[in-house]
Design a protein around this ligand. Structure first.
Ligand code: SF4
Length: 76
């Protein structure tokens, strides 16, 4: 079984973002508001607490604008 903590996660915020700020409140280590949209912080915080907050933020987004998934092997 793979160790999920070793998986690199990428996060994108789509154009559907309505700037509610919920993700920034829940996961300030992972998101910031830039102009009219939320933006993932780069690099993403990579602690268990930050990842838990990130998942919570993804689930809490009212318009499901946040897409999270593993980075393909070999992606820089
Ligand atoms: S929770 Fe969703 S809609 Fe709200 S700022 Fe974050 S990405 Fe945008």
């Amino acid at each position: 079984m793979a160790d999920e903590r070793a998986t690199t996660i990428d996060v994108q915020v789509g154009r559907g973002c309505i700037s509610s700020g919920i993700c920034v409140e829940i996961a300030p280590d992972s998101f910031e508001l830039v102009g009219l949209r939320a933006s993932p912080r780069r690099p993403l915080a990579d602690t268990p607490a930050a990842r838990a907050a990130l998942v919570e933020a993804v689930e809490a987004c009212p318009v499901e604008a946040i897409v999270m998934g593993p980075v393909a092997p070999g992606t820089p």
